[in-house]
Design a protein around this ligand. Structure first.
Ligand SMILES: [Zn+2]
Length: 393
């Protein structure tokens, strides 16, 4: 058995400080068999790289099935216009859809992504996921636009998508709510009944001011938009609270909960949510936020509250690429106060924990096969806009 010995200027293991003068010994299956001081090994036997080594990236939020819509919806228009654009473009040629899915899966793998939390409304991606080396958690997503009388029918429709999948090595599934503004209490209950204990559940959260206004006092653009789709919200009673309160009243706290976007989330929202479920994760998709709303979440607040942040790319409908490194660069560029070690943990370990796969992914530890990425850094050892990523394992 040939072992590879891999070293670089710094190794971010996600356990303690970054290591210098260390070597990762890896077996042919990618399992880390030891983590040693460099001097224990003959220098000629060690692959020594320039840059930093990190575990493989976890993309905690993607919509792989929307990959064919790259560049088709304009940027910076806000979420309401964005949704209108997406809805008008959904019907496309099946071959074009499949080709785009294959290319996007390949792009993620080459970009050092080893696991993905992926939203599905259709079964289009399932065949690719069966052959992809990436670990997928498919979140089969449901929404009924608060029409309780349609909840059962909606549920059965999407349940037929969900039934196409079985949990297996490298691919897990759960059924999830789309967003607080689009899921009725009845549909939440049906979802809770379907999901087994100890899975991961994702929900889009506090993405735009319209969502907050709807819950606070029934104002904002959302209800007009949903009216155009033919859904009445006459029965909707504003809660005078942010939308996440409605979500956690209806979600099952036994699961790991992934809240996605959180551009309007404040410290109190984080506190009540973590009190409700300590396994709550805050998935940030900064490039998609810039693409759609041109507004980023409050990362200072995330750091201050100790929130468990993950990173996601969202879909090619709302991003220029599916690259976790590009998400890291965006945070480094606009929110440079976030320590590099924290961002790397957001990009790796926290996503692995959120998806319940931290036994295998997310940190460079003996016994795991987390993938190993090499990221080029500047002379200060920092990731900057010119950094690139290379898959070492
Ligand atoms: Zn999304």
């Amino acid at each position: 058995m040939t072992l590879r010995k891999i070293s670089a200027s710094q190794i971010y293991t996600n356990r303690g400080l970054p290591l210098t003068n260390a070597v990762l010994v890896v077996d042919p299956a990618g399992v880390i068999v030891s983590l040693d001081p460099l001097e224990n090994h003959d220098p000629a036997s060690v692959e020594k790289y320039e840059g930093i080594l990190t575990p493989g990236f976890v993309n905690a939020h993607c919509h792989l099935e929307l990959s064919h819509m790259k560049g088709k919806v304009s940027t910076g228009t806000g979420l309401v216009k964005f949704i209108e654009g997406v809805v008008s473009l959904r019907g496309s040629d099946q071959e074009e859809i499949q080709t785009a899915i294959d290319a996007a899966d390949e792009e993620m793998w080459q970009g050092g992504i080893v696991a993905v939390g992926d939203i599905c409304n259709k079964p289009d991606t399932f065949a690719r996921k069966d052959i992809s080396p990436i670990h997928y958690h498919s979140f089969v997503e449901m929404f009924d636009f608060w029409q309780d009388h349609l909840a059962q029918k909606t549920f059965e429709e999407y349940k037929s998508v969900y039934d196409n999948l079985t949990d297996k090595e490298g691919h897990r599934r759960s059924a999830v709510p789309h967003a607080p503004y689009s899921v009725s209490r009845t549909l939440f209950r049906l979802l809770n009944d379907l999901n087994s204990e100890g899975t991961s559940i994702s929900i889009h959260n506090q993405e735009t001011l319209a969502e907050e206004l709807m819950f606070r006092d029934k104002s904002g653009d959302f209800l007009t938009l949903f009216g155009k789709f033919g859904f009445t919200y006459d029965h909707f009673e504003p809660t005078n609270q942010s939308s996440i309160h409605y979500a956690i009243q209806n979600m099952d706290p036994r699961h790991h909960s992934l809240f996605v976007h959180n551009t309007l989330t404040n410290a109190n929202d984080v506190k009540v949510t973590v009190d409700w479920n300590p396994n709550s994760y805050w998935v940030s998709c900064p490039n998609a936020n810039l693409y759609i709303e041109n507004r980023l979440p409050d990362y200072q607040m995330f750091l201050a509250t100790g929130a468990q942040v993950c990173l996601g790319t969202d879909s090619l409908t709302s991003n220029w690429q599916l690259s976790i490194l590009e998400e890291i660069k965006t945070i480094r560029k606009y929110q440079s106060f976030v320590p590099q070690a924290d961002i790397i943990r957001w990009a790796t370990l926290n996503g692995a924990k959120a998806l319940n796969i931290a036994d295998q992914y997310g940190s460079l530890e003996v016994g795991k096969a987390p993938g190993i990425n090499l990221i080029s850094v500047n002379s200060a050892g920092e990731i900057d806009t010119s950094s690139n990523v290379q898959k070492v394992i």
